[in-house]
Design a binder for this molecule. Structure first.
Ligand SMILES: Nc1ncnc2c1ncn2[C@@H]1O[C@H](COP(=O)(O)OP(=O)(O)OP(=O)(O)O)[C@@H](O)[C@H]1O
Ligand SMILES: [Mg+2]
Length: 271
């Protein structure tokens, strides 16, 4: 497998279009993800996040446009793409009948790696699951199951991971644990593309945030850049920076900047 140059983006998406019969889901999606960064794709239910992740992970073919992952075209070099990624889907892929350790060993065996037991033990330690390792995964809490799911997807050390709504349905504590896991991964150089409907998740985790709305990326920037799209609402004695939620709602047309400013003002008056 060749290694792309340092400057090449880890993921490049250009003009991707996808329809399901008459339903145009993606209408020309473009973005790049820098290697080693965390990129959040934000969008409402049905915006097309999972569809895009499936295209990038070679599970689905786009109607038009091009995408490359780790320097490989998702259609022409689908096999190389699959070797460069892992995908943690929206619904956990953990086998509940097996123990946590058995789940990990199974994946390591499927990937033909040497020493599956050693790999499993190392991951159990890394994800603070050692004590639970010999218990059936069916007895795990949602957060533990998600951590196991992410641990399974890391077997073989893929340079790029896709996390489709990694914390949906988790309580705040479990969400923080998953966030910490994702941050650690990115700190070690793994490129992470995650989808989320949670604005605070993007706000806490992502180096860059792209908003997918009505089939296209309507904004793409750092949190600071997105926040600059709305002016800080000033009242006589308090200044409130717009939150990512204000920016998202203004951009997706649920409320306008004026409304956000008014809301901020009301918020200021309450204090
Ligand atoms: N295989 C399919 N056949 C027909 N329609 C589909 C198919 N897959 C997705 N869709 C439709 O495409 C749209 C986008 O779906 P997608 O799952 O990508 O959205 P999403 O952004 O991931 O939403 P959610 O936040 O609910 O997970 C939805 O209207 C969905 O019903
Ligand atoms: Mg989805």
């Amino acid at each position: 497998m060749s290694t792309p140059t340092a400057t090449a983006p880890a993921i490049r998406v250009q003009g991707i279009e996808k329809s399901f019969k008459d339903l145009q889901v993606l209408r020309g999606v473009d973005f790049d993800v820098a290697a080693g960064s965390i990129f959040a794709l934000l969008g409402s239910n049905g915006a097309g996040k999972t569809t895009l992740v499936r295209i990038l992970s070679t599970l689905l073919k786009a109607d038009a446009g091009a995408a490359s992952v780790h320097g490989f075209d998702v259609v022409a070099s689908a096999g190389d793409v699959r070797e460069s990624i892992s995908l943690t889907g929206q619904f956990a892929a953990v086998d509940e009948v097996l123990t946590g350790r058995e789940n990990l060993v199974l994946v390591a065996r499927l990937r033909h790696l040497k020493n599956p037991g050693g790999i499993a033990d190392e991951l159990l330690t890394r994800f603070a699951l050692t004590d639970a390792g010999s218990r059936r995964a069916g007895t795990y809490s949602g957060g533990m199951r998600r951590r196991l799911d992410i641990a399974m997807s890391l077997i073989g050390n893929p340079p790029i991971i896709f996390l489709d709504e990694p914390t949906t349905g988790l309580d705040p504590q479990a969400r923080k644990e998953v966030w910490q896991t994702v941050k650690t991964l990115a700190g070690q150089g793994t490129t992470v593309l995650l989808t989320t409907q949670y604005l605070d998740e993007a706000e806490h985790l992502a180096d860059r945030i792209a908003i997918l709305h009505e089939g296209t990326i309507i904004q793409n920037g750092t949190l600071a850049e997105l926040k600059r799209l709305l002016p800080a609402a000033t009242v006589e004695y308090v200044e409130k920076q717009p939150s990512l939620e204000d920016v998202f709602l203004a951009l997706t047309g649920v409320t306008g900047p004026t409304d956000a400013a008014a809301a901020a003002q009301t918020e200021g008056e309450k204090r």
